[in-house]
Design a protein around this ligand. Structure first.
Ligand code: AMP
Length: 211
């Protein structure tokens, strides 16, 4: 059977993806959490899993190094790649992309400074709202930026809002709802249709079972 490579996003998304894969009868041959490996075989001899950082998943799928991937919509919006389809919203790892400010921030006229790891999403959002902004790229702990006056606002993902509250920030504008999506390399969708279609069907059935 034709080999199928499925790229998964490590961390929170992986934790929520593995039970779905199991219900779709794709089970890693060893425990991913307790291994440092990056490639795992599965109970299905023709299916292997790659464990990647989220930002790398669309790249692997776009260039065909992986046939399918699971990535957060935030990553897909930010990376804006083509070369793949997005056939399934798995409805897992849900959160929201929001802007946030210090709870005691005074409204600021003119150009503001926005800290975020989502530079492209943020640029588009502020442009759409006709607000002039400069952007600072951060890779983590965005909440610190307004506290230390590095930025006026941040753009980040919010789930419960606990992290923002704990750091004296409040949400302001909702940018997008986020959940994890299955993406498929466009060429592979044609050349490996039977194998990929069977995985997509199994995932859809697994999702229905959960509802
Ligand atoms: P919370 O305090 O529940 O609002 O979660 C805040 C932090 O958890 C965010 O800044 C993210 O770093 C992380 N987080 C929340 N939801 C997700 C998700 N669906 N995927 C990845 N990271 C998330």
């Amino acid at each position: 059977m034709t080999q199928i490579t499925l790229a998964l996003t490590k961390g929170r998304i992986l934790k929520e993806t593995l039970p779905l894969l199991r219900r779709a009868d794709i089970v890693p041959s060893e425990d991913i959490a307790s291994s440092r490996k990056l490639v795992f075989s599965t109970n299905q001899a023709h299916v292997r899993l790659l464990i990647l950082r989220g930002v790398d998943v669309p790249t692997y799928v776009q260039f065909g190094a992986a046939d399918l991937g699971v990535a957060g919509k935030d990553t897909l919006l930010e990376e804006g790649g083509d070369g793949y389809y997005e056939p399934i919203d798995l409805g897992i790892a849900k959160c929201r992309l929001m802007t946030a400010v210090s709870a005691d921030a005074q409204p600021k006229k003119g150009r503001i400074i926005v800290a975020t790891k989502y530079i492209n999403i943020a640029r588009q959002h502020y442009a759409q709202h006709g607000r002039q902004a400069e952007f600072i790229k951060l890779y983590g702990a965005m909440e610190l930026a307004p506290i230390l006056n590095l930025a006026d606002e941040i753009v980040d993902i919010v789930d419960t809002g606990n992290t923002l509250r704990a750091n004296g920030l409040v949400t302001r504008e909702h940018i997008a709802d986020v959940s994890s999506r299955v993406i498929v390399n466009r060429a592979a969708m044609k050349t490996k249709f039977a194998e990929i279609d069977s995985i997509l069907s199994a995932l859809r059935s697994a999702m229905e079972e959960c509802q």
